[in-house]
Design a protein around this ligand. Structure first.
Ligand SMILES: Nc1ncnc2c1ncn2[C@@H]1O[C@H](COP(=O)(O)OP(=O)(O)OP(=O)(O)O)[C@@H](O)[C@H]1O
Ligand SMILES: [Mg+2]
Ligand SMILES: [Mg+2]
Length: 464
């Protein structure tokens, strides 16, 4: 029965000769009905009165420089529901798929984002009658060598003509970092990953220098995007400050990052600007523990490490006795903690408002896993898109403004009498939010740099 069916693994290389894509790795997903191609700059136009669409494809994973310009007749426009439950209208084209030694026509929807990093998804409609999937294996039909890929695409390399932007971070493989690099490259910028641990500095009043492991001097950057993980706060902010001393633009400046990292300091600044927070206390000595507990209204209450993240340093004490021993235990370890009223009405949910340049570009609601009060994704929470109230929007924007952050993830819980601010993150993750949103949030971050540096893309200048 399966005699002439091609057996494929969970991903396979294929090609689309009619739109000049000689090699692209497809994620084989029989759970999806339609096939999708990751395309950018999708622009509809008319050819002899017939609707066509032009678009660009970056056929190689984690490579935003290799670009193929494609054009195809529009076969359909269709509402497609993504795995996260959102729907968007996508263009559908028909084109010939070539895989193994066989070719046949398939339908492809064009989507401008794919959170998995795959450039295309092969759905069951295109496979039907032609393929069998062995999900345990991959690339059963072989893989092109790097040399062959180079040969295929040597004419498709876009020379960056844009800005030179450094991403100052620790892990190049992190979703957020990969997306920022990709978003910059898609806009024609030269993107470079700068590992915090490989940078070192020359303090010189007149001529400060930033060096990179191996002796290279980093002198020609237009902008730096600091994405500093909590454990690298001290050194990462020192490097960011040094770039600033060299006159380099930084998206989120060093002092703002430093302030937002200290939860106590940040809360002090936020309440000074009239922002609502849960009742919170801070004390140095265990002698004050009883008073501290009373101050926030007694148990149940929350104890937070000042420099926790991903929900790891946040604990719920259900009884006064538990609260006492917990607080005293932390104190004996010399840990700095906040004691906070437990906002039960929040019901294990919080809002993450992603603020970029004075705008809430997207908001998600995170819902804690059953039996858990912390809504963090890292704690098993799930995310969904949410429409925030005007009051919540006001709180999110004022919070980012107070801390002077161009990019901020503002965490809010819904209390009985309105929104309560929990914290403001200066390197908010993109994976959770882009996973449910259809917006190119990394791209919006790049656009801020373009705007602040008054950069105009070449084609925009030409048209002017
Ligand atoms: N006072 C509170 N009342 C009820 N729930 C709370 C309270 N404080 C925190 N939470 C829950 O715990 C989660 C983690 O708290 P918080 O955001 O302060 O810590 P974090 O470890 O810094 O997290 P992040 O990874 O977002 O930086 C919140 O998102 C919220 O769901
Ligand atoms: Mg935090
Ligand atoms: Mg948080």
């Amino acid at each position: 029965m399966n005699n002439n069916k091609i057996v494929v693994g969970s991903n396979e290389w294929c090609s689309f000769p009619q739109i000049n894509i000689p090699a692209i790795k497809a994620r084989v997903d029989s759970g999806a009905k339609t096939s999708a191609l990751h395309a950018v700059n999708i622009v509809p136009f008319k050819k002899e009165g017939i609707p066509w669409v032009s678009f660009e494809v970056h056929p190689l994973q984690d490579d935003g420089k290799t670009t193929v310009h494609c054009e195809a007749q529009v076969h359909d426009k269709r509402k497609v529901k993504s795995s996260s439950g959102n729907s968007e209208v996508r263009f559908v084209i028909k084109t010939v798929l070539s895989i193994a030694d066989d070719t046949w026509e398939v339908e492809l929807t064009l989507t401008n984002r794919d959170s998995m990093g795959y450039r295309m998804l092969l759905g069951r409609q295109a496979m039907s009658g032609k393929m069998l999937v062995d999900p345990e294996s991959a690339c059963l039909l072989g893989e092109p060598t790097d040399d062959l890929l180079k040969q295929h695409y040597h004419n498709n390399l876009v020379k960056p003509t844009g800005l030179k932007i450094g991403l100052l971070a620790s892990n190049p493989n992190l979703y957020s970092n990969r997306r920022i690099i990709e978003a910059g490259q898609e806009r024609g910028h030269e993107m470079e990953f700068l590992n915090i641990k490989d940078c070192y500095i020359k303090l010189d009043g007149k001529n400060p220098e930033m060096h990179y492991r191996g002796g290279r001097i980093l002198s020609d950057f237009d902008a730096i995007i600091p994405r500093i993980r909590p454990s690298a706060t001290f050194y990462g902010t020192a490097l960011t400050r040094h770039f600033e001393a060299m006159g380099v633009y930084t998206l989120n400046n060093a002092s703002s990052i430093t302030r937002s990292r200290d939860k106590l300091y940040a809360l002090q600044l936020l309440i000074n600007n009239g922002l609502p927070i849960p009742t919170t206390g801070f004390a140095n000595s265990p002698l004050d523990t009883d008073e501290l507990i009373k101050m926030v209204g007694g148990a149940p209450l929350i104890v937070k490490l000042l420099e926790g993240t991903q929900g790891k340093g946040v604990v719920l004490a259900e009884t006064t006795k538990a609260a006492e021993s917990l607080i005293n235990a932390f104190k004996s370890l010399k840990a700095n903690i906040l004691v906070q009223e437990f906002v039960k009405e929040a019901n294990g949910k919080d809002l993450r408002c992603f603020v970029v340049n004075g705008r809430v570009v997207e908001s998600i609601m995170r819902t804690a896993a059953p039996g858990e009060f912390r809504a963090n994704i890292h704690m098993g929470g799930t995310a969904s898109l949410v429409k925030i109230t005007p009051e919540e929007k006001k709180v999110a924007l004022l919070a980012a403004k107070t801390l002077n952050l161009k990019v901020a993830g503002v965490d809010i819980i819904r209390g009985q009498n309105g929104p309560l601010l929990l914290e403001v993150n200066s390197s908010p993750g993109l994976e959770g939010i882009e996973g449910v949103s259809s917006k190119d949030i990394a791209g919006k971050m790049i656009e801020v740099i373009e705007k602040d540096l008054k950069y105009k893309r070449v084609e925009e200048v030409d048209n002017a």
